[in-house]
Design a protein around this ligand. Structure first.
Ligand code: AHM
Ligand code: MG
Length: 337
């Protein structure tokens, strides 16, 4: 009797993938892989909660308001706590900072060298209506050598280009995790029957162009003139015209832009003159992924990854997408603004 040889595609889990990537680094100790596996574990737990939210009675608003004055959802708080718990005991995470925490938190009893900044559940307005939401994360190494953690600000407020890794998990029709450590962008689908994120696509590249624009056009009248003119062009016959696609969850809108190409825009508006999205845990990780996939991300005048942050919760305009779409947009901004 001869044994059957399995020649079909092998399953690779995200943890194996991260380990393989790290083993290519001569100085790797495995510590960074251990940290990332804390995030993948949190992703599995949050995914299970999101999928059963209606049954577990965790839909709807909590009684608290976050630092931005926004009503927190029960799932926001639960997701934040899940990530804190999954990272807290890893030993190598020194500081965590999140959309749902007023200030960065130093993890007691560790001299961990990593800083993890995250939006635990982005797109919360979509939770109660069964539309995709996501988790976004960015990882830095502590800069100051201040491992006693008296003032975590300088460790947290680093430019996006110093990110060691970034990624997101989108809880959509399936749960997909996408990450980069600066060596390409890799995508994994959660197999809920076994609880593993299985490799779906390695070295994902964003199409160089794409006829989709993704923006909340309800704010059109208060967009800068250059943005208005660009959006008008997208609707002309000369342009195609482009198709509009807007979910209202950054993670889901970016996920589609990454795979299909096009452009996502959150410009300054009358209500949010600095833009709505947050630099440290929304724009930075998305920009790192976009660049690694061959795309671009700008605030309109500067590359997102070069912006020097002043505070954990600062906002920024964000334009991210295919290289040629961002370049065209910049042309409009140069001409009109
Ligand atoms: P949140 O972090 O409070 O969920 O807000 C961020 C979300 C993004 O996911 C999305 O791109 C944007 O807000 C949508 O805003 P708007 O409803 O103004 O279009
Ligand atoms: Mg958010």
């Amino acid at each position: 009797m001869s044994a059957e040889i399995v020649t079909e595609k092998n399953f690779v889990t995200v943890e194996e993938h991260i380990l393989n990537q790290q083993s290519n680094h001569p100085t790797s100790t495995g510590s960074f892989s251990w940290l990332l596996s804390g995030i993948t574990m949190a992703g599995r737990i949050i995914s299970a909660k999101v999928r059963r939210a209606g049954i577990l009675e965790i839909l709807g608003e909590a009684s608290d308001v976050n630092v931005h004055g926004e009503q927190q959802q029960k799932l926001d708080i639960l997701s934040n706590k899940t990530i804190e718990q999954c990272l807290g005991y890893r030993g190598n995470v020194g500081i965590i900072a999140s959309e749902e925490l007023d200030e960065p938190k130093v993890i007691a009893g560790t001299s961990g060298k990593y800083v993890v900044i995250f939006d635990p559940l982005d797109g919360s307005s979509n939770i109660d209506v069964n539309v995709s939401v996501g988790t976004i994360f960015a990882i830095f190494e502590r800069e100051s050598g201040n491992f006693n953690g008296n003032d975590p600000a300088s460790d947290v407020l680093q430019i996006g280009r110093r990110q060691l890794a970034a990624g997101y998990i989108v809880y959509g029709s399936s749960t997909v995790l996408t990450y980069t450590t600066g060596h390409g962008v890799h995508m994994f689908t959660l197999d809920p029957s076994v609880g593993a994120f299985v490799l779906a696509q390695e070295n994902v590249m964003m199409p160089k162009s794409g006829k989709y624009f993704s923006v909340n056009e309800g704010n059109f009248n208060s967009f800068p003139k250059g943005i208005q003119e660009y959006l008008k062009w997208c609707k002309t016959e000369e342009a195609g015209p482009y198709s509009a696609r807007y979910i209202g969850s950054l993670v889901a809108d970016f996920h589609r832009t990454l795979l299909r190409g096009g452009i996502f825009l959150y410009p300054p508006t009358a209500k949010t003159p600095q833009g709505k999205l947050r630099l440290m845990y929304e724009a930075n990780p998305i920009a790192f992924l976009a660049e690694q996939a061959g795309g671009l991300a700008t605030d309109g005048s500067q590359n997102i990854l070069d912006k020097a942050p002043c505070s954990l919760h600062e906002r920024t305009p964000l334009f991210v997408g295919s290289e040629s779409e961002i370049k065209r947009l910049r042309g409009y901004l140069d001409e009109w603004d």
